[in-house]
Design a protein around this ligand. Structure first.
Ligand SMILES: [Zn+2]
Length: 388
């Protein structure tokens, strides 16, 4: 009887051990690949799996796909797939869609009719059900563009001329706002770009197409809220876009530049990189980092690259003296602080009082490094809340 008890206890112990191991593997340390939709892709062209614990639950993903020449951005929410542009050649894009097992494209946005943005789209239209296409509605005379329009027509896909003020619900707390254009011209195709701002809960991404300075100025003059956590840099990092005034309005923490290795345009331009670096923006480039994926849980985000690290900015000139009191400033004023957008500003207001700048690390998404950036910026300060 005592022997049977001993065996019983031993078996119970083994079962508990196996159960505990499975629990730790499945629940506490799930592999990133399991979180991506569809099958796990081969390691060569997709970001390498992270072998540490992902810092947050990947509810939303924005894939900046390395398609060589051109832009291709795939947005995944729990309910929908959105494709913004399709690169110049279809093969890398179709390959990527297949690896993520994308079935239906709920929304396709073609920012403007240049080949490096719509080249891959006809193949996607033929191979995937597409529910709606948003297009700037400007005239272009290439065979590629005609073929793309004819396909949309023959497949009877809803064709929407994208204009500022439109909005689409992408499900799961994500939405896409069209910020631009208002009245595009056929003669300035880059400035006809459909510019969108993606909201994934509190995390925002600005997709700037190839718009140039005149559109950036127009957005600022129209007082459109462009402030975003992540910026898809306009026109492959050309210096004809990304003006200082525009970057100051967007205040991105991170930026993604689509550019092919050794491209003949010299993209991205040094001047653009310098403007980003001065503003402490973390810069990711498809020529250096391959495909870049932003994962978000709707509160914060992290960036996964196919290879290498992003390039951290060297930082702006510090302000001469701090002027924003963390314990008293209004929401708008708080957003002037680096790494602070409207959502975090609201959390700061709700989290008051703060005894020191270090305590800002209580706010989700502000870690010790970002507190250091805030200190370096020399704009924020803390008064003693009880003894002003
Ligand atoms: Zn382009």
């Amino acid at each position: 009887m005592r022997r049977r008890n001993a065996w019983f206890l031993f078996i119970l112990f083994v079962l508990l051990l196996v159960g505990l191991t499975l629990f730790i593997r499945q629940v506490l340390f799930p592999a990133l690949g399991d979180r991506l939709p569809g099958r796990r892709p081969p390691a060569d062209s997709l970001p390498a799996p992270i072998d540490t614990v992902p810092p947050l639950e990947s509810v939303f993903q924005v894939h900046f796909i390395d398609v060589g020449q051109g832009d291709a951005i795939l947005v995944r929410t729990p309910r929908t797939w959105t494709l913004v542009d399709g690169g110049e050649r279809p093969a890398p894009l179709l390959d990527y869609l297949a690896r993520l097992a994308v079935d239906t494209i709920h929304l396709m946005v073609s920012t403007h009719p240049h080949a490096d943005h719509i080249g891959g789209l006809p193949a996607v239209l033929r191979s995937h059900p597409v529910l709606e296409v948003i297009d700037p509605g400007v005239v272009h005379t290439t065979r590629l563009f005609t073929r793309y329009l004819e396909l949309i027509d023959s497949l009877e896909i809803l064709f929407t001329v994208g204009r500022a003020g439109m909005e689409r619900d992408l499900g799961g707390g994500a939405r896409l706002q069209v910020l631009h254009p208002v009245e595009p011209s056929d003669r300035h195709l880059n400035d006809a770009s459909v510019v969108t701002r993606l909201e994934l809960g509190a995390v925002s991404v600005l997709l700037a197409g190839d718009m140039e300075r005149r559109s950036e100025t127009e957005l600022i003059e129209r007082q459109i809220p462009v402030r975003s956590d992540i910026l898809k840099v306009a026109h492959h990092g050309s210096t004809t876009s990304s003006s200082a005034a525009f970057l100051d309005a967007v205040q991105p923490d991170a930026a993604v530049i689509f550019c092919m290795e050794d491209n003949s345009y010299g993209f991205p331009h040094e001047e653009t990189l310098r403007r980003l670096h001065e503003r402490r923006v973390m810069v990711y480039r498809t020529d250096l980092n391959g495909t870049v994926v932003v994962h978000s849980d709707g509160m914060d985000y992290y960036v996964e690259t196919g290879r290498g690290e992003g390039q951290p900015g060297s930082g702006p000139l510090p302000h001469p003296h701090p002027t924003i009191d963390i314990n008293r400033a209004g929401l708008q004023e708080l957003t002037r602080i680096i790494h602070v957008g409207p959502a975090r500003a609201q959390q700061i207001i709700e989290g008051r009082p703060f005894g020191s700048l270090d305590e800002l690390s209580r706010i989700p998404g502000i870690d010790a490094n970002r507190v250091e950036d805030i200190r370096q910026q020399n704009l924020a300060f803390v008064t003693n809340p009880t003894n002003p």
